[in-house]
Write a protein that binds this ligand. Structure first.
Ligand code: HEC
Ligand code: HEC
Ligand code: HEC
Length: 433
């Protein structure tokens, strides 16, 4: 136990009492009043530390990856398939054998900040330490305190099944030299505290870039962050968060972005697939101030990006296409209109609009095809506890018909996007829902 007092502000009698307390505590240990007070104080600050840690652990969605389906929280065992093989997440409960119970704060910092395990083993970036490196030491300590307060689970997980040559861990040192920039977030002094808080969360614990980026053949994200890309091993496209051709956050109000991130749905859009999962598991639990800070940051990075939206190609519709367009419209009127509206206007907060919806018209039609094939539900959140769903059409429509109706919604009501083929529909079928 450590005592610290400042003699200049503390009257002598207090010191005397403390000293007496200390002497008594030493003599009458372990149950003197003085010791109890001190224990209570450190217990209170420990529990506050754990509370903060629990919150930050939500923000990092650690549980999402470190929990198998139906498994014990944080006991690992979840399988993540990537183009390098299957990663099995480790147990991060405080079990001394199976988990991280024998780790020190320093060991944990080394993992989160540098991507190294306790024994010095280099970790694969399937664990997004490439983003978590931005987290401050204080926040990392709080996460560690929380994890160590959880019940220990003795579950031993099978090893990851990674293909040659990627299974040779030392190769990671080359990868790291090329792609890993270690370092905590440095605030931009020219921006507001709110903007910096948002940037800290988006770039760090939120690990948004883990999905919203293009990965090269070595699984590294491209130089520029949040530029959008296909999520490895999961057949979904995470749009660019900076290009106005793909994301609308530059045009939405801060309130609309906040609403989408906090509840999974706004009158302008709906989050689907892996994004709905992130909102359900992580974002909906964050304070509205933090979500708003993220929205402020997201709006600014999309707003300041000057890529030209006027050059969106307007396809020249041939006679043949006119006929296909008419067929697409017929399918739309039969199967979709009752929810999405005669003019693709949707119903605010229930059915997303399709007219002017960037996730429908962006270059990659993947998510739109997948939604029509598999249907979907927006995130189930406290604010939207019983979301309206969209039925799957895989059993009702043929690939060619899905191609027609998707092409139609990508080009109706002022929308403009590439034409979709039956082959693209077929290729979109693999991968997690
Ligand atoms: C996208 C999935 C994912 C998320 C999110 C994630 N992890 Fe992990 N984590 C992994 C994988 C995969 C590994 C194993 C990497 C390896 O084997 O090299 C790992 C490894 C670790 C390790 C090293 C364990 C060991 O035995 O060496 C720790 C500690 C850890 N994660 C903590 C966390 C914390 C804390 C968070 C939240 C802030 C978190 N993880 C979020 C996937 C994830
Ligand atoms: C597990 C992968 C994953 C992570 C992590 C992730 N996203 Fe997404 N995100 C997606 C996918 C896939 C989509 C496209 C589906 C959709 O539009 O909802 C998406 C869509 C979005 C959209 C556009 C929604 C719309 O309809 O226009 C925004 C905004 C967004 N994400 C913000 C974020 C932020 C902020 C973070 C970090 C806190 C984040 N995402 C983390 C996968 C992810
Ligand atoms: C019963 C009502 C209903 C019907 C019928 C319906 N949808 Fe949907 N649709 C929804 C709901 C609810 C969502 C939000 C689902 C989600 O978040 O995963 C949605 C989402 C979508 C999206 C994703 C929009 C976005 O912002 O990401 C597309 C594209 C779409 N529907 C197209 C269609 C097409 C094409 C048809 C007809 C073949 C159709 N829908 C029929 C209710 C419906």
């Amino acid at each position: 136990m450590k005592y610290r007092f400042n003699t200049s502000t503390m009257s002598e009698w207090k010191i005397a009492v403390l000293f007496l307390g200390y002497v008594l505590a030493t003599i009458l240990a372990p149950t003197t009043a003085a010791e109890n007070i001190l224990n209570e104080e450190s217990a209170r600050s420990a529990s506050e530390q754990q509370k903060l840690g629990a919150y930050l652990t939500r923000a990092g969605n650690c549980m999402g990856c470190h929990t198998a389906q139906g498994g014990q929280p944080f006991a690992g065992g979840r399988r993540l398939s990537t183009s390098f093989g299957i990663f099995v997440t480790p147990n991060i409960t405080p079990d001394k054998e199976a988990g991280i119970g024998s780790w020190s704060e320093e060991d944990f910092w080394q993992a989160l900040h540098q991507g190294k395990s306790r024994d010095g083993r280099l970790l694969y970036p399937a664990f997004p330490y490439t983003e978590y490196t931005k987290v401050t030491r204080q926040d990392a300590n709080a996460i560690f305190a929380y994890l160590q307060s959880l019940p220990a689970v003795s579950q031993i997980n099978p090893p990851s099944d990674i293909r040659f040559p990627y299974n040779f861990r030392p190769l990671l040192s080359i990868w790291r030299a090329l792609y890993f920039k270690q370092g905590i977030y440095t605030p931009d002094q020219s921006k507001s505290a709110e903007w910096n808080r948002g940037a800290y969360l988006v770039q760090g614990l939120g690990h948004c870039n883990a999905c919203h980026t293009n990965r090269n053949l070595l699984g590294a994200s491209e130089e520029d962050t949040l530029t959008g890309g296909r999520i490895m091993g999961v057949n979904w496209y995470a749009p660019s968060l900076i290009s106005r051709l793909e994301v609308s956050s530059g045009d939405w109000t801060i309130e609309e972005i906040t609403e989408l991130l906090a509840t999974g749905i706004s009158k302008r859009a709906v989050a689907s697939g892996p994004m709905a999962t992130i909102i359900r598991q992580s974002l909906q639990h964050l304070s509205i101030e933090d979500i708003r800070a993220m929205a402020v940051y997201l709006k600014s990075i999309a707003e300041n990006n000057n890529d030209d939206t006027s050059g969106t190609l307007v396809p020249v519709i041939s006679e043949n296409m006119k006929e296909q367009f008419a067929q697409g419209r017929k399918l739309y009127d039969t199967y979709c209109q009752e929810c999405h509206g005669v003019s693709g206007e949707g119903v605010a907060g229930i059915y997303p609009p399709l007219a002017g919806n960037r996730s429908v018209i962006m270059a990659s039609p993947l998510n739109t095809i997948r939604t029509v094939l598999n249907g979907g539900f927006p995130a189930t959140t406290a604010a939207n506890p019983r979301p309206y769903g969209m039925p799957p059409f895989q059993q009702i429509l043929r690939d060619g018909e899905i191609a027609l109706v998707v092409s139609f919604i990508r080009n109706a009501w002022g929308n403009s996007g590439s034409w979709v083929t039956a082959l693209e529909v077929d290729r979109s079928k693999s991968g997690e829902r």
